[in-house]
Design a protein. Structure first.
Length: 70
């Protein structure tokens, strides 16, 4: 799933942890840490920000389920 394609306000769940998308993308600072590591900054295109509505533990490989679309 391409999380950056979700609309603002979309809620999704990973292993019982519930998130709400608050922002997609952000301005890149010149030569940021991401740029330094991979030679490109994906934050303006693919950065996703979400607030946690219900906490818990997530692990690599946990399934992501969209609860409501924004």
């Amino acid at each position: 799933m391409e999380l950056y394609s979700l609309a603002i306000g979309t809620r999704f769940c990973i292993n019982g942890v519930i998130f709400e998308v608050t922002q997609i993308g952000k301005e890149c600072h010149n030569k940021c840490a991401i740029y330094e590591q991979i030679g490109d900054c994906v934050m303006p295109r693919e950065g996703i920000f979400a607030k946690v509505l219900k906490g818990g533990t997530i692990r690599p490989g946990d399934e992501i389920t969209v609860i409501t679309e924004g």
